[in-house]
Design a protein around this ligand. Structure first.
Ligand SMILES: *Cc1c(COP(=O)(O)O)cnc(C)c1O
Ligand SMILES: [Zn+2]
Length: 398
């Protein structure tokens, strides 16, 4: 295992505590030697154990397994959705329901690895900036590990469920005047000045490794086959890369064959990566004032943008943007046709898929997995606002 810069290719030892490349500030990634991985794999147990993040521990950059901090993350359901498939117009559709994680979003898959690394590095305090789910997850895992936790949140912009979790798990929350991108700048500066604080934003190369397990589980749950396409909402763009990397590594060690077309969805008011993909550009232009009802992807300057562009290009995928109205409609469809309650960012995947099928950019005979990143109860205010009011008693119509 080693750290490698995705821009200049410089390699570093796995126990270095860098967040970005010390030579060119490029993004870092953990790379494995496939031959070494193959040797470490217990193929028999891979076929029999239940899916979970730590089932795939050979792929996790952990040096001291006695330090693992877990709340039982991963192992989320992969629902086959025939009613929704018919509505969207595709043959085979699945939803990977990440709302079933311990704090209700996929962020827990990254945090179990990230907090374990924080313990390996001997940190006493961890920090992040967050639109809500990262802070909820970090706060829970820091509590379990006995670490202090500082989170920077954009003031007045965090969904209620996420804020409630962050506070009850005991994080020190700071409301920042500004949006997520500005909060992230602040926490990066804080962690540069105070080396005793370990930064667990999606810039952190170790955290992302845990999120590869979404890709591992999809393949595992489909009987060690990969779907034609995986659709993921893009905010800071860590997840689409991590899922791609998961399929890439399974392919590299021969557990599965091929990589699904990675398809990223953003909201119309925050779509820097969609614009770059549509222009065929390698670089993206940050969006100054991102706006959308889907607060988890309300991000104008995604730190992992370069990784998302690579994942989409390398897998021959695509990207699309959707309006808030389309997101709300998709949120209700998922709930009313399949009984799956998701927050708006997650519903953007179904909205985007629908749009791409309508435009004939996706063939109807594909097998497709949409990643529903977070639980509906994360944002109860939004859910109530877009729903019909309860009727007065005595007016029940059946
Ligand atoms: C974090 C998050 C996203 C965006 O993931 P990125 O890795 O930042 O692209 C999408 N949906 C939910 C529910 C999230 O919590
Ligand atoms: Zn570099």
């Amino acid at each position: 295992m080693r750290l490698e810069c995705i821009e200049c290719g410089s390699r570093f030892k796995i126990h270095e505590r860098f967040y970005t490349c010390p030579k060119c500030e490029g993004l870092l990634e953990v790379e494995f030697e496939p031959s070494e991985l193959k040797r470490k794999l217990d193929r028999k147990r891979l076929k029999t154990d239940q899916p979970s993040v730590w089932k795939y521990r050979a792929f996790m950059p952990i040096l001291d397994e006695s330090k693992i901090v877990s709340l039982g993350e991963g192992g989320t359901p992969l629902y086959r959705c025939d009613r929704l498939a018919k509505e969207v117009g595709v043959r085979e559709l699945y939803v990977k329901f990440e709302g079933a994680n311990p704090t209700g979003s996929f962020k827990d898959r990254g945090m179990t690895v990230g907090i374990t690394k924080a313990l390996e590095f001997g940190a006493k305090t961890v920090a992040c900036a967050s639109t809500g789910n990262t802070s909820a997850s970090l706060a829970a895992y820091a509590a379990k590990a006995g670490l202090r936790c500082v989170v920077l949140l954009p003031r007045g912009k965090v969904a209620l469920g996420k804020l409630a979790q962050t506070l009850v798990y005991g994080a020190q929350a700071v409301a920042v005047r500004g949006n997520f991108d500005e909060a992230l700048d602040m926490v990066r500066k804080l962690c540069e000045a105070r080396k005793d604080i370990y930064l667990l934003n999606s810039l952190n190369p170790f955290r992302l490794q845990g999120q590869k397990s979404i890709g591992f589980e999809i393949a595992d749950q489909l009987g060690w086959e990969v779907p034609d396409r995986v659709v993921v909402p893009m905010g800071n763009c860590a997840n689409i890369w991590a899922i791609y990397k998961g399929f890439f590594e399974f392919d590299a060690v021969g557990l599965t064959r091929g990589i699904p077309k990675m398809t990223g969805i953003q909201a119309e008011g925050a779509k820097p990566i969609v614009d770059a993909i549509k222009r065929g550009a390698d670089k993206f232009e940050p969006v100054e004032r991102p706006e959308t009802i889907a607060t988890a992807i309300r991000i104008g300057n995604p730190v992992n943008g370069p990784k998302a562009i690579r994942a989409i290009r390398a897998s021959k995928g695509t990207a699309e943007s959707v309006s808030d109205q389309e997101i709300i409609k998709a949120q209700k469809l998922m709930a009313r046709l399949e009984g799956i309650g998701v927050e708006p960012a997650s519903a953007s995947t179904i909205a985007g898929l629908k749009k791409l099928v309508r435009k004939s950019a996706i063939k109807r005979d594909e097998s497709i997995v949409c990643v529903a990143t977070g639980h509906m109860l994360k944002d109860p205010e939004e859910a109530i606002k877009v729903s019909e009011r309860p009727r007065k008693s005595g007016r029940i119509k059946i």
